[in-house]
Design a protein around this ligand. Structure first.
Ligand code: ADP
Length: 358
């Protein structure tokens, strides 16, 4: 808004035009602003508000006193300060109900008219993102620090209590390799996630047969399946051609098959089915493991969310597999559906628009 103040101060004809235009001239100007805005008279009654202000306040504040339009004492104090001082005043305030939101209010005198302009900005989403970023960094550091602490512990023991003990050294080196592999998996997953997030707004354009990508992923997992004594039973109606990125779609299917092997119980059957329905290609991975309680299901795609942290760690999990799946599917305009119940196994289904349908 600086341009308005500078121009109105320097160019008196415009200032007079704005003043003499009364409420309407100013109402037109604030209607053109990209943020919610209000004009107040010197008694702090609202004389104009734009449509965005009506939306955020959830009523038309024109004719109301500022204290009724924005129920935040800090804003009232700031408006009084802006009336008496010369400089614009900036204040943040919370709206507790119905959902907690945070706004910033920028309050400035309109030349020497005695009127005030208030411009609001909703900071809620920005603050949420900031909190999520801080949580993510804290979680990632914690996840990396745990194996690192174990590694330093082993090194210390080998240099101290177990010094010269070849048998113990062999055992410790094995454990150390396990911890180093865990750190590598975590870093690989973090890098995948950041790469996918960076490209999330770019739509892929290649033609990919989702059935073939799924078979490729299943082949890559076949050795692990054999070791676990699991059968991967595949039944896919081909072709299921979608628009996508081959590597990313293979990664989606690999993460789902890997989870079915990790959590689905060894020695059991894993069914991978694919079909086309209602313009969508759908591939599901069904296991006959212990299943997942309903309260966990909506949170499984959050980064680092695990039903049991210990079980995930023991099985080499990072807590990032399904977050990666979700981000890849977002980029592909696809969907993940999870059906599961304790004792009934789990079914993770991926749906993507068929290419012929686009
Ligand atoms: P992780 O690396 O821990 O496997 P994921 O993001 O892939 O991370 O999965 C998150 C959590 O979801 C897992 O820790 C596990 O608790 C649960 N989960 C995922 N797939 C299954 C499944 N097929 N059966 C039971 N639980 C599962």
């Amino acid at each position: 808004m600086d341009w308005l103040w500078k121009r109105t101060r320097q160019e008196s004809p415009e200032r007079i035009a704005i003043e003499s235009a009364g409420g309407d001239g100013i109402a037109d100007i604030i209607a053109a602003l990209p943020d919610p805005a209000l004009i107040l008279d010197p008694l702090l009654n609202v004389t104009a508000g734009n449509a965005l202000a009506r939306t955020v306040l959830e009523f038309d504040p024109v004719g109301r006193h500022l204290s009724a339009a924005i129920r935040a004492p800090a804003v009232l104090d700031a408006a009084k300060a802006a009336l008496t001082g010369h400089d614009p005043v900036h204040v943040d305030y919370d709206v507790p109900a119905p959902v907690q939101r945070t706004f910033s209010a920028h309050i400035a005198a309109i030349g020497s008219t005695g009127a005030l302009l208030i411009v609001l900005r909703d900071l809620t989403r920005e603050q949420q993102i900031e909190r999520m970023r801080a949580d993510f960094i804290a979680n990632a550091s914690h996840e990396l620090r745990t194996p690192l602490a174990a590694l330093s512990g082993f090194v210390e023991t080998m240099q101290g209590a177990a010094k010269g003990d070849a048998e113990a050294a062999e055992r410790f080196l094995d454990l150390m390799r396990g911890q180093a592999e865990r750190m590598k998996r975590l870093i690989d997953d973090l890098l995948s996630l950041s790469r996918i997030e960076m490209n999330e707004h770019l739509r892929p354009s290649a033609s990919v047969d989702l059935g073939r990508a799924t078979r490729h992923a299943a082949d890559a997992m076949s050795e692990i399946a054999k070791a676990e004594g699991c059968e991967l039973r595949i039944s896919i109606e081909e072709p299921l051609v979608v628009t996508g990125n081959w590597d990313e779609l293979v990664q989606v299917m690999q993460n789902l098959i890997e989870n079915a092997l990790k959590y689905g119980g060894s020695g059991k059957l894993i069914e991978i089915e694919g079909r086309a329905a209602n313009g969508m290609a759908e591939i599901s991975v069904r296991d006959h493991g212990p299943g997942i309680a309903a309260e966990h299901i909506p949170r499984l795609t959050e980064r680092f969310y695990r039903v049991s942290v210990n079980e995930s760690r023991q099985r080499g999990g990072t807590g990032l597999g399904l977050a990666i799946v979700k981000h890849i599917l977002n980029r592909h305009e696809g969907r993940l559906t999870i059906q599961s119940a304790p004792g009934k196994g789990s079914r993770f289904s991926v749906q993507l628009p068929l290419r012929s349908n686009k």
